[in-house]
Design a protein around this ligand. Structure first.
Ligand code: GLC
Length: 430
């Protein structure tokens, strides 16, 4: 048996977050109209003038956040993190700090408020993603990631730009977001690249962002809020750590110490709506990512990129339904669960909640699965999908052709896999 890691106490209130485990990330902005990745302005080195067409035509006429929220809840998601502003600098809310906002597009209204209201109405916790990068703000200096990084006038423009004005802009916007929109449970800043250098341009880190002042403001306004780890501050100042686009295979540690963590992932490779991308994960992969995250003591924040009409496209709806179908039968193997002190067998994951141990089978074995270290520790077992008994076999090396260690508990399984994406055996520990 292994001890279950215990992260140090955090400033942000983590109880609901650790229990809920599963959230929806939403990346939505003008890039949805380009429909070819949220970094399109960077990738295609577009000027503000060239990018303006998306602002002038942004009119999500089918926008129905109550549908988004219902689909999130039905998928088993318990919280949402929505992009208030992404790197493009476009603001989804009626900010007083800039005219580059949803209320000035053909759509003409604040988008954040109805989104928050809809998700709260479905009982979800709510959070903002706020990009500290801003490729539209006139005082944001051209750097290694800016769309104008290769422009011959980049150095000239930087000579007349004042990042102190941009730092003040960010603080004013964060103040708006944390005081005008009710209780916010998470603020998710993105992201720092302090060590970069390219063609005489630099990256940006905590001094550029004024991260200390920004974090002080957040903590002052919302003492219980959860803050992520992308302000280029000492890791101990973050409440959660945020590996993305890969699956940790163990509890995430920073400087050798276990931390609260949440992996953020996409259905396909893009965070923003991408019309033609084909790398959509299978329903099995999606469920396994959720299970794997919880089995290592973490959360999964799974992203949806709504279209410029304001809806989830069919691929996203189908993926969410796959989650919902599985979670309807198996959510108690996720909510309130964490890493188990037992070592799971090959092609399996354990999640555990007190004396309930959940065996998630990523590959369906023929008739038996052998659980090391569990002899004499299990009172009863059942398939979670239909509560049908799973027999516990007394250890008998001969009947299983040997090769099974005496402290191993053997379960007898039906030959056919249950018709679920990831079958789960619920073990009632003594
Ligand atoms: C990366 C991407 C950014 C996305 C973020 C989500 O930072 O560059 O577009 O919003 O991941 O974690």
């Amino acid at each position: 048996m292994n001890s279950v890691p215990q992260p140090s106490p955090t400033v942000g209130k983590m109880d609901w977050f650790i229990h809920d485990r599963f959230g929806m990330f939403i990346h939505w902005g003008l890039y949805a109209a380009a429909a070819r990745h949220e970094w399109v302005k960077h990738a295609e080195e577009m000027s503000d003038y060239e990018y303006e067409k998306y602002f002038c035509h942004f009119d999500p006429d089918l926008f129905a956040p109550e549908q988004w929220a219902r689909m999130a809840r039905e998928a088993g998601m318990k919280y949402v993190v929505i992009t208030a502003k992404h790197h493009e600098g476009f603001c989804l809310w009626d900010t007083a700090q800039t005219e580059y906002k949803a209320t000035n597009t053909p759509f003409g209204k604040d988008l954040l408020r109805p989104i928050l209201e809809a998700f709260r109405a479905e009982g979800l916790h709510v959070g903002f993603y706020y990009s500290i990068i801003d490729w539209h703000h006139p005082e944001f200096t051209i750097d290694t990631k800016h769309p104008m990084r290769n422009h011959s006038d980049a150095a000239l423009w930087n000579g007349i730009r004042d990042m102190e004005l941009y730092r003040a802009y960010m603080r004013a916007q964060v103040y708006e977001l944390l005081t005008d929109y009710g209780n916010i449970d998470i603020i998710w800043f993105d992201f720092s690249y302090a060590d970069e250098a390219l063609n005489g341009l630099k990256g940006k880190g905590h001094e550029d962002w004024g991260s200390d002042q920004l974090l002080d403001l957040v903590r002052e306004l919302c003492p219980d809020i959860i803050v992520n780890n992308r302000l280029d501050l000492p890791q101990e100042q973050a409440d959660i750590h945020t590996p993305e686009q890969f699956q940790p295979c163990a509890w995430v540690t920073i400087n050798g110490k276990p931390v609260h963590w949440e992996t953020c992932q996409t259905f396909s490779g893009s965070w923003g709506y991408h019309r033609e991308e084909s790398s959509w994960k299978s329903p099995e992969q999606l469920v396994r990512m959720l299970v794997n995250s919880v089995s290592c003591g973490g959360n999964l924040l799974m992203n949806v990129g709504p279209t410029a009409r304001g809806i989830f496209d069919l691929r996203a709806v189908t993926a969410l339904r796959a989650y919902g179908t599985w979670m309807d039968l198996h959510n108690r193997a996720i909510y309130g669960c964490t890493q188990s002190s037992f070592e799971a067998p090959t092609d399996c994951r354990y999640t555990q909640n007190g004396n309930r141990l959940y065996l998630h089978l990523f590959a369906w074995p023929f008739k038996h699965v052998h659980l090391p270290g569990l002899t004499g520790k299990v009172a009863y077992a059942q398939l979670l999908n239909d509560a049908s008994e799973v027999l516990l076999l007394d250890y008998d090396k001969d009947s299983h052709g040997g090769g099974v260690h005496p402290d191993t508990l053997t379960l007898e399984l039906p030959v056919q896999q249950p018709d679920v994406l990831v079958p789960v055996v619920e073990l009632f520990l003594k």
